[in-house]
Structure formats: structure tokens, C-alpha cells
Design a protein around this ligand. Structure first.
Ligand SMILES: [Zn+2]
Length: 162
């Protein structure tokens, strides 16, 4: 069983255990499975719990689009600055915004939503929806250092018992 993720806000209801389970299942069913150190590092899986108009709950799993995939599809970006991947929370957010009949209840994402793009987007479009995550880069950085003591891959390996 995956470990219980951190909640934000801290007093939120417990993370539905299906969310991390679905994230891990998604990783395992890819070919090749996204469970090696490199794949743990390259991908962020987000799983959102929702309720439809009939009151039926469901989960929606989304992975990020990596820089490598974008380059494969569209060729190298003209400037290195443009070589950013597309974050999973952004893709999931767009999916749910097009489906206003679905009410988002919980957002699980392996890494805490990034402060520049995803966090403000989630706060704006999905206010009141709690977040659950395993890795917050900032909490692993010692004072005066820029490199975290533990990477997302380290933490995910342990959270998923891989
Ligand atoms: Zn992001």
C-alpha cells in the first residue's frame, strides 16, 4: 500500500486511498513501467477524485508531458527557455474545466503543485479542493544550499515501496 500523502491544508479530510493507488497502478501499467529512478524523476502523476451529477465518484489520472516527448513531437524548442514540459496538474485542470458537471473533491499529485503555474491555477479554479502530495522540494533543502537532500524520485520510491 502506498504511504499516506501529506495534506494541504493540513486539517483536510484524509486522502482517498484510491488516489495514490491509481497513480502507482498507472505507472506500473505503462510500457516500460514508469517505476525506475529516472522515470520517477521524469514524470509526475496526478489523480483527481470527482463526483458527477448523479453523485457517483470517479478518479481521473493524468501524467505530465515531458520535455523529451515534446521534442520528439515538435522538434527542439528554438530557445532553451521554451523547453519546459507541460505539468500534469495543468493538463488535468484543463480537462476538468471543460467538464463543469463534475465536482472535484480531492487532488492528489506526487509533487506539490509548482508555485509559479500550477498552484495559482488550482487556487483560482479549484478553490477549497484539498491537495495531497508526497514531495515538496523546498522542505528538503538545507539552509544555504540549492540542491535538495532528497529528490522526488527518492521520496516516491519510498512512498510507493518500489
Ligand atoms: Zn506545475
Amino acid at each position: 500500500m502506498p504511504k499516506i500523502p501529506i495534506s494541504k491544508p493540513i486539517d483536510s479530510s484524509r486522502c482517498d486511498p484510491r488516489l495514490p493507488l491509481e497513480a502507482l497502478a498507472y505507472r506500473k501499467k505503462q510500457n516500460p513501467p514508469l517505476v525506475t529512478y529516472d522515470y520517477l524523476r521524469a514524470f509526475n502523476i496526478t489523480v483527481w477524485l470527482y463526483r458527477d451529477r448523479q453523485g457517483v465518484q470517479g478518479v481521473h489520472v493524468t501524467a505530465n508531458i515531458t520535455i523529451e516527448e515534446l521534442i520528439r513531437k515538435f522538434g527542439p524548442a528554438e530557445t532553451p527557455d521554451a523547453e519546459v514540459g507541460i505539468h500534469s496538474e495543468g493538463i488535468a485542470g484543463e480537462w476538468f474545466l471543460k467538464k463543469p458537471h463534475l465536482t472535484v473533491l480531492q487532488i492528489f499529485t506526487e509533487r506539490i503543485p509548482c508555485p509559479n503555474m500550477c498552484a495559482p491555477m488550482l487556487t483560482r479554479y479549484f478553490p477549497e479542493v484539498p491537495w495531497y502530495y508526497y514531495y515538496d522540494r523546498r522542505s528538503w533543502i538545507n539552509k544555504g544550499s540549492i540542491t535538495p537532500i532528497k529528490s522526488a524520485a527518492d521520496i516516491l520510491k519510498s512512498a510507493y515501496e518500489l
